[in-house]
Design a protein around this ligand. Structure first.
Ligand code: SAH
Ligand code: SF4
Ligand code: F3S
Length: 454
């Protein structure tokens, strides 16, 4: 008899992909994914610990699930992901109702762990060793083969493909090198095989994932294959059926001329680039251990725009990093006004366990962080609106992502969401159509579909 599995995912796209992998691995064991936690035999919370708030959410959800577990003791409750990796001991001590705790490198063990719990062989399972699962051949093979197994969460037309694990950059504020371990690239042959399987299923948009994708192939045995990120991009882009190719995230220090050139030369590489800058102050960047300056960042932005004038740039910003002065913050605002990003994610700095910045003096008061965040976001909203207005009157290709009673939602290759209220009926998710932009808002565009070009 099949068992129902419910996964709740927090955090980044890498975690979303990990949840899919878990779903795929467990589908082979007869588990069926369900959106309804009350119907589940197994609930897994795939967690994120990037900021304090993210972690608090996990602990309050786990607290709330205590009564569920009391009502239904045979239901198994597990924690996976970065909080499990980092706070495994704390969860184990504080949350006796949690049955399994699985670190970021151990998800491939889930089937056997669940088996033991269900058979009553053990009453609790904890696996948080850091063992670089990408280098374990059975897991590598499983990962590639698993792409053929449909996932409930998939949007069908677009999928993520993980190309590397971990991070070696040790930005002073960041938990990722601790929660995900050392940087390891996945063999290119496996990546290409996975994309081929997906494309054959009709997937049209591929996003290559990693914390630092542009250093792909430089930090582990994959380097022996003599392949770097631009080469990988070219190979993936050439796979039949891949209509749109994206990647995330990149580190500015590893952005090479060769990668910039890809934006001019690879037709199906989308003109959208997420390039986190974090701060506009060199003093802050130095303390963050980012290893670039504002000047080199701006120079790279300029060169990128020369290769691909229509490229839409997005970024991440942290406000209120320890020691950030009014002048430092003003420098971030100046950078924002100069680059005029198409979009950004901005966060208030928070201390994270085992990071260097936790020890830094001059912590910025919460109220100051809040004011700076609002100032930044208001300015970014205005810039987004003006940037969006630049598309009015233009004809753009959109890929349909969803359809409902009020029309369709599509996305441009520059990653802008376009709502088309009066779309023709036969359109389906995954279809590529041309739309004329007729209206712009802060966060999306409105379009009119003129002709269906395939
Ligand atoms: N690998 C990517 C993204 C990492 S996490 C990169 O290098 O940029 C996503 C974002 O969370 C980061 O870009 C950063 O802006 C933010 N972030 C990370 N640690 C944080 C912390 N301690 N406080 C606030 N924001 C943080
Ligand atoms: Fe964290 Fe820096 Fe690595 Fe990004 S590059 S994951 S911010 S340590
Ligand atoms: Fe969060 Fe871990 Fe991703 S900390 S951002 S889920 S790598």
């Amino acid at each position: 008899m099949s068992k129902n599995l419910h996964i709740k995912t927090f955090g980044c796209q890498m975690n979303e992909r990990d949840s899919e992998i878990i779903e795929q691995l467990l589908a082979q064991e007869g588990y069926v994914a369900t959106m309804e936690p009350e119907r589940a035999d197994v609930i897994l919370i795939n967690t994120c610990s990037i900021r304090e708030k993210a972690e608090q959410k996990v602990f309050s959800l786990l607290g709330a699930l205590r009564t569920e577990k009391q009502k239904k003791p045979q239901m198994l409750l597990g924690v996976t992901g970065c909080v499990a990796q980092q706070e495994g001991m704390q969860i184990s001590e504080r949350m006796p109702h949690v049955d399994l705790i699985v670190g970021t490198q151990q998800i491939y063990r889930l089937p056997e762990m669940l088996d033991r719990l269900q058979q009553g062989v053990t009453s609790r399972e904890i696996a948080t060793d850091m063992e670089a699962s990408f280098t374990i051949p059975p897991f590598q093979k499983l990962l590639t083969a698993s792409s053929a197994i449909p996932v409930a969460a998939a949007q069908g037309c677009k999928r993520f493909v993980t190309i590397m694990q971990g991070c070696d950059n040790f930005c002073s504020y960041c938990v990722v090198p601790n929660t995900r371990g050392r940087e390891i690239s996945r063999p290119m042959t496996d990546i290409l095989e996975e994309v081929e399987i997906l494309a054959a299923q009709g997937v049209r948009e591929i996003t290559l994932l990693g914390q630092n994708v542009n250093s792909y192939g430089t930090t582990n045995p994959v380097a022996a294959q003599q392949v770097n990120f631009p080469q990988l991009l070219r190979e993936v882009a050439a796979i039949k059926g891949v209509r749109r190719l994206r990647f995330t995230t990149s580190h500015p220090k590893d952005l090479t001329e060769e990668l910039m050139r890809c934006f001019a030369e690879i037709d199906n590489l989308c003109p959208h680039f997420h390039l986190p800058v974090q701060s506009g102050s060199n003093a802050v960047l130095r303390r963050m251990n980012r290893k670039y300056t504002v000047e080199t960042y701006l120079d790279k932005v300029e060169r990128l725009r020369r290769y691909r004038p229509d490229i839409a740039l997005a970024t991440d910003i942290i406000v209120g990093f320890p020691g950030e002065t009014d002048d430092d913050f003003q420098a971030t605002m100046d950078l924002l006004n100069q680059v005029r990003f198409h979009g950004s994610f901005s966060f208030k700095y928070s201390d994270r366990p085992h990071t260097r910045s936790t020890e830094f003096d001059d912590k910025v008061p919460e109220e100051v962080k809040s004011i700076r965040l609002t100032t930044f976001q208001e300015r970014q909203d205005t810039i987004c609106f003006k940037r969006n207005c630049e598309y009015i009157g233009k004809e753009v290709e959109i890929m349909i992502e969803a359809k409902n009673a009020t029309g369709i939602k599509g996305r441009t290759s520059s990653n802008h969401i376009v709502h088309c209220p009066d779309a023709p009926a036969p359109l389906l998710p995954g279809d590529l159509v041309m739309a004329r932009i007729v209206h712009a808002g802060n966060h999306s565009l409105k379009g009119k579909i003129e002709n269906q070009h395939e």
